[in-house]
Each structure stands twice: as structure tokens, then as C-alpha cells.
Ligand binder design. Structure first.
Ligand code: FMN
Length: 203
């Protein structure tokens, strides 16, 4: 697709999820069990990972109380497990805005058919089926938007776990072996083939 072939028009999409990796976020419940939240508003800069979370969800509530999480990254083969979590919330009762569409679920691991693994530096558990698992601590939470309906959470990576086949040497994840699950305007996609690399790539 290029600009010469198509006219460009103005559009007001009702959603703006333009394609970001899916994260399954582990946070700690009041009773020290782990809640899992599918999310896709996440990005990394250096050792910081910034998360965007809705104010009505259990994940934000948990992070405000216990400032640790695991950022688990599923690959495309796990999309149906992710989708099993999609209509669930760890909140009990279900918030008014979610009533009718969402159900409360305490045991998200069983609901999704995923397995817990203990973490090394934080209390929330990791997800064994996710090839990348990043233990992190909360550095800053900022309520955002006029009505404080979502929050921007800055986290710092503490420890990264990766499946052996996606690790290159000691310090790199192999981009030709690792592939994120992409959330693209509310549809799930994998990555296509490699196109090239940036001038700073070390692999
Ligand atoms: C693929 C996917 C991506 C999502 N991305 C986000 C997100 O970035 N932030 C967010 O707050 N909710 C996101 N959601 C919605 C939450 O998963 C949903 O509100 C869920 O009920 C929250 O669970 P919790 O209340 O147990 O934390 C996403 C859902 C799916 C399925």
C-alpha cells in the first residue's frame, strides 16, 4: 500500500488499538493469590516498562496495594488462552460498567488453562506457558484522563526469564526465534517474516 495508489481520508475510529504485543499481567490479590489480566497498552524503554490500565480493574487495584508484577509475554499459539481470560475480572462484585459482559473469576490460571510458576524477586506468580516473563516493580502510578478512568504505571524490570531457544548468547533475545502475540484493533495476529533490522541491532 502506498500513498500514490490510494486517497487518504479522515476517519474517527471508535478504538485506536493499532497493534501492540499482548501482555498477561500477574498481580497480587489480597490473599496473596495471583490475578492475571490480559492487556496490550504496554511499551519498554531501557529497563522501564510502562503499562496503561483501566481504573475499574483488579490489576490496578492490586498494583496500588502491592507494588510488584510479572509482565508475561504470550506467543501467537496462546491466543485462545488469552481470549478465555478476556471476559473475566478479578473484581468481586463485577464493576457496574462491566456488568452483563464480564464475570468474576478468582482462579484465572485454571480458567485460562495456564500454569503458575513461582517468581524469584516478586510475589505474583509467573505463567509457565509464556516464553518471556519479566518480574518488575512499580516505580510510579499516575491517574490519567479528566475523569481518572485509567492509569499510567511505570515499572522497572528486575529479572527476565526466557525459554532457552529464544535466548541468543547471554544478553540477547533472538528476534527470529521469538514472536509476540499482537493485538491489532481487537483481533489477534502473529508477526510476518523479518523485513530487516535497525543500524543498532547487536544480533
Ligand atoms: C487482548 C486484550 C488486551 C487488553 N488490553 C488492555 C489494556 O491495555 N489495559 C486495560 O486496562 N485493559 C485491557 N484489556 C481489558 C482487560 O483485560 C479487562 O478489563 C479485564 O476484565 C481486566 O481484568 P482484571 O479486572 O482482573 O484486572 C484487554 C483485554 C484483552 C483481551
Amino acid at each position: 500500500m502506498n500513498q500514490q495508489q490510494f486517497r487518504i481520508r479522515e476517519v474517527q475510529p471508535s478504538i485506536l488499538y493499532f497493534g501492540t504485543p499482548v501482555v498477561l499481567l500477574s498481580t497480587l490479590n489480597e490473599d496473596e493469590t495471583t490475578n492475571l489480566t490480559p492487556m496490550s497498552s504496554a511499551w519498554a524503554l531501557g529497563q522501564r516498562i510502562v503499562l496503561g490500565l483501566g481504573a475499574g480493574g483488579k490489576a490496578l487495584m492490586n498494583l496500588q496495594r502491592w507494588e510488584e508484577c510479572v509482565i508475561n509475554l504470550p506467543d501467537p499459539s496462546l491466543w485462545q488462552h488469552v481470549e478465555r481470560l478476556a471476559p473475566l475480572t478479578g473484581c468481586d462484585p463485577v464493576p457496574v460498567a462491566k456488568q452483563g459482559q464480564y464475570k468474576h473469576e478468582k482462579d484465572k490460571f485454571s480458567a485460562a488453562g495456564l500454569s503458575p510458576l513461582p517468581s524469584m524477586t516478586v510475589k505474583p506468580q509467573r505463567i509457565a506457558e509464556c516464553p518471556l516473563q519479566i518480574e518488575a516493580r512499580v516505580l510510579h502510578i499516575q491517574m490519567a484522563s479528566e475523569d481518572a478512568s485509567f492509569a499510567i504505571i511505570e515499572t522497572g524490570a528486575l529479572k527476565v526469564h526466557a525459554y532457552e531457544p529464544i535466548v541468543l548468547g547471554d544478553r540477547h533475545i533472538d528476534p527470529s526465534a521469538w514472536s509476540p502475540l499482537i493485538y491489532n484493533f481487537r483481533h489477534y495476529f502473529g508477526l510476518g517474516g523479518e523485513l530487516g533490522k535497525t543500524f543498532r541491532s547487536e544480533t
